[in-house]
Design a binder for this molecule. Structure first.
Ligand SMILES: C[S@@+](CC[C@H](N)C(=O)[O-])C[C@H]1O[C@@H](n2cnc3c(N)ncnc32)[C@H](O)[C@@H]1O
Length: 231
């Protein structure tokens, strides 16, 4: 299943299966300096980030490629919701001649097909990007057991892409999320929106995983990025 379809299919469940994303979004907003008035958020989902913003905003541009996620985002006259793939030329055209005090993104940019290009395009519109991304170390024990590769970007790829345009501060956090039983644990993966295609294991691998996964928790790794200045 494509990433877009996965987010659309589980859009309604997403708000009950996104504990780590909520922690990330809250920390991301807490770290915002000043009170930026013109903000672009990419991969806005159902509006987790927007909900934590408690100052007056002039314009909030919220972008996501999943129509069902966009539908759940809070609406107001100064909120502009746009259904774009952030890797697409349509999105890059939308950015033309726009300026933002801040570009933010929480738990979304790890899906970029070309993060360097995306950051280059964003850098024409802003001096400041605050983002938090999941890294490929998320669910690392599952990948080891099933001998699969994470569908999301590695810490190194992420650091390289941001550092190609900006001087940045990076902070990596690891979280373990505990479950009472394996069924709940595996259910969480599907509905959380961080697994991409990797939750579509064939029967043999799914069985192996269920048998060999001995942890009572899921592993997550996120990286916070604050740009300091353009190079
Ligand atoms: C894990 S959710 C995070 C949503 C929200 N930012 C939050 O913190 O709860 C990731 C979001 O990124 C969106 N997304 C993933 N890849 C995207 C892309 N290429 N273009 C636009 N949105 C994308 C998904 O549709 C989804 O809503």
């Amino acid at each position: 299943m494509s990433v877009k379809n996965q987010f659309s299919k589980y859009a309604k469940d997403y708000n009950n299966h996104n504990i780590i994303q909520q922690i990330a979004a809250k920390a991301l907003v807490r770290d915002i300096k000043g009170k930026p008035k013109n903000i672009l958020e990419i991969g806005c989902g159902s509006g987790q980030v927007f909900k934590y913003i408690d100052w007056d905003i002039e314009n909030y541009y919220a972008v996501d490629f999943s129509p069902s996620m966009c539908e759940l985002h809070p609406r107001d006259k100064n909120i502009h919701i746009n259904c774009f793939d952030f890797d697409s030329n349509d999105f890059f055209e939308f950015l033309e001649n726009k300026k933002f005090d801040l570009v933010i993104s929480s738990s979304a940019m790890q899906w970029s097909k070309d993060l360097k290009k995306l950051i280059k395009q964003l850098s024409n519109t802003t001096e400041n990007i605050n983002a938090v991304l999941f890294t490929s170390n998320t669910f690392k024990t599952i990948q080891n057991i099933t001998d699969t590769k994470s569908p999301i970007l590695s810490q190194e790829n992420i650091k390289d892409a941001f550092s190609s345009i900006y001087e940045c501060k990076f902070e990596v956090h690891n979280y373990n999320l505990e479950f009472e039983n394996k069924k709940d644990l595996f259910d969480y993966i599907k509905k959380s929106g961080v697994s991409g295609d990797s939750s579509n294991l064939d029967f043999k691998n799914a069985k192996k995983l269920f048998k060999e996964y001995s942890l009572n928790y899921l592993e997550f790794e996120v990286i916070f990025i604050n740009t300091v200045s353009k190079l």
